[in-house]
Design a binder for this molecule. Structure first.
Ligand SMILES: NC(=O)c1ccc[n+]([C@@H]2O[C@H](COP(=O)([O-])OP(=O)(O)OC[C@H]3O[C@@H](n4cnc5c(N)ncnc54)[C@H](OP(=O)(O)O)[C@@H]3O)[C@@H](O)[C@H]2O)c1
Length: 262
């Protein structure tokens, strides 16, 4: 039936160039491999270059294309340089996964100025500046593009010891909508994924404790997420053929956790 889409075509990313921050670990590592598997050339960004090289090797083993770029997302010059390197390797970046993130849990009244600032710098400021740089370059090149920010269920909920993280992630939702509003006319879409708890390096040590296991019991699906649980949503937002009329949205993927109020 030629007038109906094939799933393969709908999620095909051949010809796209995807830049993933936080690609050395956890969700970003998975996202980079998933985008590459659909044909995108992938620019792997993080500080740990050894880990990036390992992800690159996995992508190339699967016949994908990737390049590693050392990037501390809190360095504005570094962000511009990363896009320069991406363009030199593969051309204009058309997909951005703004995924680098940290958590520094501390009681609200004890939280240091330094820790507060560092979480906001990575989880919110850098998300904005990477997205802004991407949108400028997509618009200048006259290319449609998609920016996918990694938010969290703590964009909407709060948690003990998680004030800086929750405030930053709430900001990511507003940053997503604010940028989406202004760049829609350039055919650039900006959306966010808000995961619930997904087992990665950011939380592994906590979920191995009794307290962590108790939290898992409060999730309606009675399990913690796996990075692969986000594959479908990532591809939905990455593909203009699949989600061309979506912008400014944040999609929650959490095993039902938000329904419980956290
Ligand atoms: N796992 C979850 O349950 C969960 C839930 C909701 C949202 N999230 C969000 O998902 C994203 C990925 O987290 P994850 O769970 O995959 O954690 P992770 O395994 O700890 O990975 C974090 C990534 O961020 C990078 N990063 C941290 N600071 C950076 C900096 N200054 N510059 C560049 N890269 C930096 C790290 O790379 P380097 O250290 O090599 O630089 C690493 O690749 C984060 O935004 C997190 O808040 C996670």
């Amino acid at each position: 039936m030629p007038d109906l889409p094939s799933v393969t075509e709908m999620f095909d990313l051949w010809g796209e160039v995807a830049l993933v921050t936080g690609a050395s670990s956890g969700l970003g590592r998975r996202f980079a491999k998933v985008l590459a598997a659909q044909g995108a050339k992938v620019v792997l960004c993080a500080r740990s270059t050894g880990k990036l090289e390992a992800v690159k090797a996995e992508i190339e083993f699967a016949r994908g294309d990737a390049v590693c770029v050392a990037l501390d997302v809190t360095d504005p010059d570094g962000i511009a340089a990363a896009f320069d390197a991406a363009e030199a390797a593969f051309g204009t970046v058309t997909i951005v996964n703004n995924n680098a993130g940290i958590a520094k849990p501390a009681k609200a009244i004890d939280m240091s100025h330094e820790d507060w600032r560092s979480v906001l710098a990575v989880n919110l400021d850098a998300v904005w500046f990477v997205a802004q740089e991407a949108a400028r370059r997509m618009a200048a090149a006259g290319k449609p593009g998609t920016i996918i920010n990694t938010a969290s269920i703590l964009s909407f909920l709060v948690g003990n010891g998680m004030a800086s993280y929750a405030v930053a992630k709430a900001g990511v939702v507003q940053a997503t909508k604010s940028l989406a509003l202004e760049v829609a006319r350039h055919n650039i879409r900006v959306n966010a994924i808000a995961p619930g708890y997904v087992l990665t390096e950011i939380n592994r040590s906590f979920f191995e404790t009794d307290a962590g296991q108790d939290v898992i019991k409060t999730i309606p699906q009675r399990r913690i997420g796996d990075p692969a649980d986000l594959d479908g949503t990532l591809l939905l937002l990455a593909s203009g053929k699949a989600s061309g009329f979506m912008t400014g949205s944040t999609i929650v993927i959490d095993g039902g956790h938000m329904m419980t109020g956290g």
